[in-house]
Design a protein around this ligand. Structure first.
Ligand code: ZN
Length: 217
C-alpha cells in the first residue's frame, strides 16, 4: 500500500490507477489508431507507481519503451454514476505523470487481440509528481504540459486538445467502476511519444504549477 500526501496536506492510500488511451487526436493518429467515440480505458496496479525523483527500471523483455506525459487527477471522494456537472467535486488535486509503455510488446499484444497488461503494468511504469490541491492548481484547458528527454523538448500541448476533458472522463469511468478516494486517473498523452533508453533523464511540467524528474535505468 502506498500513500500520497497532497500539497495541502491531505493524505490518501493510493487505490487503482485508471488510464485513458487515445485522448488526444494527434496522438491517436501517430500510432495509427482511430479517434475513439468513447474513452479507451485500462488499469495499472498501484504497485507500478513511483514518484518524482525515483527511477524507471527498463524491463529487459522490451526494446522499445516509450514516454507518455499525462495530466494526472487524484480522486478525493467515492462516487458511482457521477454526472458531468458534478464531476469536478470529486477531484482532490492534479499532478503530472508518465504512463511508461512498452510499445513493441503493446503492438504484439494488439495484433493478437490480447490485453495490454504486460506493456503497461510493469514495475515503475507509472510516475507521478506532487499532487497539487485543486484550489491552488486551478485547472484550465489552456494550460500547457511539456516533456523533455535529456533537455530536448519531445511533447508539448494544451489540455484543450483532449477529446474527453476531465469531467467527462470521471463521469464515464464512474459509470463502469466505482471511483474511490485515492484513485488516480491518467488522462492520456498528446502527440510526440517516443523511445527512451537507459541513462535518459526525463523532466515533465505543467507550466509553473508542478514538475517531475526521473531517469531510466
Ligand atoms: Zn497513456
Amino acid at each position: 500500500m502506498k500513500n500520497i500526501k497532497t500539497s495541502v496536506g491531505h493524505e490518501f492510500a493510493i487505490g487503482k490507477i485508471v488510464c485513458v488511451g487515445r485522448n488526444y487526436a494527434e496522438h491517436a493518429k501517430e500510432l495509427g489508431n482511430e479517434i475513439p467515440e468513447k474513452p479507451v480505458i485500462f488499469l495499472k496496479p498501484s504497485s507500478a507507481l513511483v514518484f518524482t525523483g525515483d527511477k524507471i527500471i527498463h524491463p529487459n523483455f522490451s526494446e522499445d519503451m516509450h514516454h507518455e506525459v499525462e495530466l494526472v487527477i487524484l480522486i478525493g471522494k467515492d462516487g458511482e454514476n457521477i454526472t458531468v456537472e458534478s464531476a469536478l467535486d470529486y477531484i482532490e488535486g492534479y499532478g503530472v505523470g508518465l504512463d511508461m509503455t512498452l510499445r513493441d510488446i503493446q503492438n504484439e499484444l494488439k495484433s493478437k487481440g490480447h490485453p495490454w497488461t504486460i506493456a503497461k503494468c510493469f514495475n515503475t511504469s507509472a510516475v507521478i509528481s506532487e499532487i497539487i490541491g485543486k484550489e491552488f492548481f486551478k485547472y484550465s484547458p489552456n494550460m500547457k504540459m511539456s516533456l523533455w528527454v535529456n533537455n530536448s523538448l519531445k511533447q508539448s500541448d494544451s489540455f484543450a486538445k483532449m477529446i474527453f476533458p476531465p469531467e467527462e472522463l470521471i463521469s464515464y469511468i464512474s459509470s463502469i467502476m466505482k471511483l474511490e478516494a485515492g484513485d488516480l486517473i491518467f488522462t492520456g498523452t498528446p502527440a510526440g511519444v517516443g523511445k527512451v533508453v537507459r541513462g535518459d533523464k526525463l523532466e515533465a511540467k505543467i507550466e509553473d504549477k508542478v514538475q517531475l524528474q526521473t531517469e531510466i535505468i
